[in-house]
Design a protein around this ligand. Sequence first.
Ligand code: PMP
Length: 277
Amino acid sequence: MNVFINGSTKKLEEPGLSLTDRSYLFGDGVYEVVHIYNGKMFMYDEHMERLDRSLKAVHYSLDIEQVKQQVKTFFQQERPLEASLYLQVSRHAGVRSHWTKDPMDYNIAMWFKPIDMEAIRLKQKNGFPVVTDRDVRWKFRFIKSVSLLANCLSLRKALLQNCNEAILIEDTGEVTEGTSSNVFIVKDNQLITTHEGEHILSGITRKHVIDLAKKDGIEVVERFFSKSELMDADEVFVTNTISEIVPVIKIDDAPIHRGTPGSMTQHLQQMFKDSIS
Ligand code: PMP
């Protein structure tokens, strides 16, 4: 697989970034993932706007246009059809120091990974079981940072219990999001999802699903909901760029919607699919 690092194409196995890259040492990097359907990057502008917000939040003085130019060059070179773009921007300083007055530089790295849409469609059809876990992450979750250790450990917990995602819950009992997804519940035909803010990543898919639902006359409420509301919901689903909308059929061994995908979830999935073509 080819990777593109600071304007040069390499093989994934080839040495790329220096050990003093701060994403390696301190998790000092931000990233984006874009879904490519039929050779076209879906919601590309929205992803680049979010990357720009992440870059600014971690004080990178890097013009987003420079990043976009590199994506364009690599995209034209690789011409992916069904794939995901992984794009990471990190900082490096040449020394390991928590902070340094030396001018820092940036590394821009990316690759395209093929997507198995058939496997994803199956997951969307059947849904999957999830666990709940404590949200022990830092507070700036609106930044799409590569510091994902807490997310990885919660997903590990899920996988050890043969589940596919962990839904994260604050010590106050409020549901934030999944380890790599946003969470929606349906109660009495109302669609409820955690409001935007520092406490969650503003998912591009989340926003698209809200827009589709509103256009269809579905009542959408953006607010915190509790773990008990989650467990008591008529339907639950999670969203992200790669998997779109996936029904949650079980949470911590308790079935949701009798262990099957619900009708509002299926309706939104269909609208999502229609919006791609
Ligand atoms: N929350 C977290 C923590 C995530 O990692 C992701 C996936 N990037 C999402 C939500 C969903 O965001 P998006 O729809 O933009 O993929």
